[in-house]
Design a protein around this ligand. Sequence first.
Ligand code: UDP
Length: 235
Amino acid sequence: MYEKRLDNRAFDALRPMEAETGVVPNAKGSARFRIGNTEAVAAVYGPEEVKPKHFEKFDKGIILCKYDMLPFSVPDRAKPGFDRRDTEISQVITNALNRAVFLEEFPRSMITVRVYVTQADAGTRCASLTAASMACADAGLPMRDLIAAVAAGSIGGKTCLDLTKEEEDLHEEGATDVPMGFLPSKDEIVLLQLDGKVTREQLKEVLAVGKKGAMEIYELEKEALKRRVSNESKS
Ligand code: UDP
């Protein structure tokens, strides 16, 4: 049984967070999101002409997203170049952003999203998706809502929010990780993955605690975007 978390957090508590937008001056929109020792920076470019041309869609725009872990983001130095994990995470982020951005407003155009993980301590796909959605909003793209993403899980049968890498590695305790992303005002799930085993009842609890955490992240994202707008109106 997992009675006390390794970092002494409450089972339904997020790690300390920071969110800010406009961190990459050369991008159309950008954002940084940190949760504990996991941090992602996202930059958005476009809408612009689609390259290569055969990706073009006549009735809507497309999003091309790349997720990358910087070599110094993990203790062992991440290998340069794209592996299967990077490709998978890029795809799940793209799928989620496709639901958030009104792509029908940009026919024959491409929006490029680059996400770099500067520090990784689990939950990087969720931090990256949160940063990417804030960067899209910062770029002024019309959106159905921001995306708030977080992982929750189960360790030794106990439901936990926002697992650290050390917690994810508690294999003997049967750690299970469920990354999830929401469009909160639409009550829509845009990312849901599962690494490990859970019962149906546990999964319900994990989703509920994840949703509660995502709502806290959503509030922080909105505050960061409001700060940016009020700073711009002052300058
Ligand atoms: N990780 C690592 N090296 C790698 C890939 C992952 O050290 O090449 C660590 C990193 O802390 C990451 C964690 O393993 O956050 C969990 O990775 P996972 O694939 O489950 O995705 P994530 O939880 O980051 O979305």
